[in-house]
Design a binder for this molecule. Structure first.
Ligand code: ZN
Length: 99
């Protein structure tokens, strides 16, 4: 099993719902900025994950979207499990702005 998916399962304690397993994900890369200035990735119900190609190397972002998929639940970011214990909130992972 992909270790990044294993992490999302373990930190959330959730089990995949039907259609919500890793193998059900359809991945899409979009041109930089294609999701909007403040949007680096998006989960689209029930199984699509779209990633801004400029952020394709950000493992936390991939896992953030995987967690949406695992939860099968929209745009909400409940503190549990997103912030704690998974540490997958945007504000916990974005680099500090350059000066
Ligand atoms: Zn999100």
């Amino acid at each position: 099993m992909l270790p990044q998916w294993r992490y999302v399962l373990d930190c959330s304690g959730l089990k995949p719902q039907p259609g919500g397993d890793y193998g059900d994900i359809e991945w899409f890369l979009i041109s930089p900025g294609g999701l909007g200035v403040k949007n680096m990735g998006s989960w689209v119900s029930p199984n699509k994950i779209v990633i801004d190609s400029a952020w394709a190397g950000a493992v936390w972002l991939i896992q953030h979207e995987m967690l949406h998929h695992l939860m099968q639940g929209g745009a909400d970011h409940p503190v549990t499990p997103f912030s704690f214990p998974c540490f997958l909130q945007v504000g916990q992972n974005l680099p500090l702005p350059e000066e």
